[in-house]
Design a protein around this ligand. Structure first.
Ligand code: RIB
Length: 337
């Protein structure tokens, strides 16, 4: 919609260039000399020309919208991923449509369908909970990036980017053993989440490689949230004797676990050591500060959008059909262990 009826023709006439030159200056699709670019931009400002996004979309067959789905908008982990995604989208003149699903698979499917019907140019789904076979239906119908989740299926035509789950969880186990702990517990996220399975695998292997049997590690599953951390820590503290080291598989869960232990009068880490995963902004502010595993959240969002836009710009060549980028995660030792 052109609010002041100024058209591209008016700009071309006033700048004494063709409409194609004006269009190339705006879309940066073709080279225009600095002198002409400056002249065109000066006229655009002078007569207050507002290019029509819809006209541009029809011309280049793009909407310049990207769909982004997260499972929990209240978790600072996903907020940072979204910030990173937006930083690239805005730089590349794309607008992000954000959908929160509260970890609900049906809402995830609904968001994908809605994005598809609204002709977004591409989709990024962060930590999707849908079954891989259901996700796969979308891989070939629209440019698609999966962030923060590996896949079990091997012949997928999708682009993945996530942080390492196994190595850092293994290192955490070794750290706790070095601190003298001999009994452990994990407050995990949902059992079906692949990140959860890989973190448990890494942590359990660290214990096993040091001679600890599986009985020495109690594993409780539940949603990634404060309430669940609080509730399951109370369950762990009912065990006699209770484990002396707890790995909560996300910082928001670890926070709940920490407060539950403190509410029982336990000293941390003297009576019970607690570690998290994510290194969100509040982890260093907790009392005591939280040992955790740093995930490159902002970078995860940036890389996901960079891959998607590269895919969009190479659709004809069919490039970028399949890729898997694993970002480094890092053990951060603080006062809770
Ligand atoms: O805090 C939410 C958790 O869900 C993060 O660890 C993220 O990796 C996802 O698994």
């Amino acid at each position: 919609m052109n609010f002041n009826n100024v058209t591209i023709k008016d700009v071309a006439k006033a700048a004494n260039v063709s409409t194609a030159t004006v269009s190339n200056v705006i879309s940066k699709t073709k080279y225009v000399s600095p002198e002409l670019t400056k002249r065109v931009k000066k006229v655009i400002n002078q007569i207050n020309y507002k290019p029509s996004k819809i006209a541009r979309s029809l011309k280049v067959n793009k909407t310049f919208y990207l769909g982004l789905i997260v499972p929990d908008i209240t978790n600072p982990f996903f907020a940072e991923v979204v910030r990173g995604a937006e930083s690239v989208a805005l730089r590349e003149n794309y607008q992000i449509f954000l959908c929160n699903t509260d970890g609900n698979v049906h809402r995830e499917e609904k968001a994908l369908k809605s994005f598809y019907e609204h002709h977004v140019d591409g989709i990024i789904t962060v930590a999707p909970r849908m079954k891989e076979a259901d996700l796969e239906k979308y891989f070939n119908s629209i440019p698609f990036v999966i962030a923060d989740r590996p896949l079990n299926i091997k012949n997928y035509e999708a682009n993945l980017v996530y942080a390492d789950n196994i190595k850092s969880s293994y290192q955490l186990a070794k750290h706790l053993i070095k601190k003298g702990h001999q009994s452990f517990a994990c407050i995990a996220g949902p059992r079906e989440v692949l990140n959860v399975q890989k973190r448990i695998f890494g942590f359990s292997k660290g214990l096993k490689d040091s001679g600890f049997s599986e009985e020495k590690n109690v594993i409780l599953y539940g949603e990634f949230n404060y309430e669940n951390g609080f509730k399951l820590m109370n369950k762990i503290l009912e065990l006699k004797p209770h484990p002396t080291a707890v790995f909560a598989l996300s910082d928001i869960t670890a926070w709940g676990a920490l407060e539950a232990a403190k509410s029982k009068g336990l000293k941390i880490p003297e009576d019970i050591a607690i570690a998290g995963f994510d290194n969100v902004y509040f982890s260093k502010l907790l009392n005591p500060s939280l040992t955790t595993i740093h995930q490159p959240k902002y970078e995860l969002g940036r890389v996901a959008v960079n891959i998607l836009i590269k895919k969009l710009n190479n659709m004809k060549e069919g490039l970028m059909k399949k890729s898997e980028i694993i970002l480094e995660s890092k053990l951060i030792l603080r006062n809770s262990t």
